[in-house]
Design a protein around this ligand. Structure first.
Ligand code: 13P
Ligand code: SF4
Length: 312
């Protein structure tokens, strides 16, 4: 053990703790590659929620951001849910505080409220149905046509779903600090240098970037598309953590991260990147930090999540 009482071989230490705690590690694709490599399951938001719903582990270690771990807790109130860093948030969730959300909802009595899973449990509790980027289109298509539909908090995903479904959606004006940074100008320059490349993009990107995309989908959909495609070069407009699984699954292909406008690393999600392998080891060892929630909030937020799982 070193000074911080961490084993030198963190991976081996994590494997031992997983056995001792009967723990499952769920990781999102935006996690560092070393975290993805110790996970029992890697997926997009929908798959991670589905996996959390069916786990029999005593402890769920959620390597992702707060709203994702919260969803796992809502589906598993009796299990211990830990996450490496409790402060791993999300700009979409932060940009939709419950008091403003309630005031917005109140302006549209009788509307159906659809919320993207990237929101707080309080917002979920006051929504009719939750969606993720992989099922939003399907769920919106299935909604009744005689009532207005509110969609929060991501305006870019909402606009994309409205376009795909032909439904009128009233949009909350939120966006993701990561996906709004991709530069259309630099993307066009990259396409000129790689004429055969396919642009694959997450629907949280701005419309100007989505307009250049050959394929738009959730993180898992982007991965599946890249693996199945006969093309060899892909410009990937989402958080570059996903490139780890892309290059593992298709090492013969080239994956180029779409660049941000500035000379910065702002295409990396600062929230996701708060998690480290060390913190993951410590949260399994100490069973802390833990996700704790009020029983009434769990109860209220579970209904629209279960509706989503049933409609997916
Ligand atoms: P996915 O559901 O596509 O994994 O997206 C999650 C997310 O936070 C995108 O920024
Ligand atoms: Fe939230 Fe954007 Fe990070 Fe996804 S990439 S967790 S939407 S801040």
């Amino acid at each position: 053990m070193n000074a911080k009482e961490l084993p030198l071989d963190l991976e081996a230490g994590i494997a031992t703790l997983k056995r001792e705690r009967n723990a499952v590690v769920l990781a999102h694709y935006y996690q560092d590659s070393e975290i993805q490599d110790v996970a029992d399951f890697i997926g997009d938001s929908l798959q991670l929620a589905q996996e959390a719903a069916k786990t029999t582990a005593d402890v769920i270690c959620f390597a992702g951001v707060h709203f994702m771990a919260e969803t796992a807790k809502i589906l598993n109130p009796g299990r211990i849910v830990v996450l490496p860093d409790l402060d791993a948030g999300c700009s979409l969730a932060d940009g939709c505080p419950i008091d403003r959300f309630r005031a917005w909802k109140a302006r549209y009595p009788g509307a159906i409220v659809v919320s993207y899973v990237n929101c707080t449990a309080e917002v979920k509790a006051e929504s009719d149905v939750i969606v993720t980027s992989s099922n939003a289109e399907k769920i919106v298509r299935a909604l009744p046509t005689d009532r207005p539909i509110l969609f929060a908090p991501d305006k870019n995903l909402g606009r994309h779903v409205a376009k795909q479904t032909g439904r009128d959606l009233i949009l909350w004006q939120g966006s993701c600090i990561v996906h709004e940074t991709f530069s259309e100008r630099k993307l066009v320059g990259l396409l000129a240098r790689h004429p055969g490349a396919k642009v694959i993009a997450h629907p949280e990107c701005e419309p100007a970037v989505l307009a250049h995309a050959h394929f738009i989908g959730s993180t898992t959909a982007l991965l599946k598309f890249a693996i199945a495609s006969t093309d060899k070069t892909f410009i990937v407009a989402t958080e570059p953590g996903i490139l780890h699984q892309m290059t593992k699954a298709a090492p013969e292909k080239e994956f180029i991260p779409a660049p941000p406008e500035g000379n910065c690393a702002c295409n990396e999600c600062p929230h996701m990147k708060r998690n480290t392998l060390e913190k993951l080891y410590l949260c399994l060892r100490d069973l802390s930090p833990r996700l704790e929630m009020r029983a009434d909030l769990i109860e209220a937020a579970r209904k629209p999540i279960e509706k989503m799982l049933a409609m997916s």
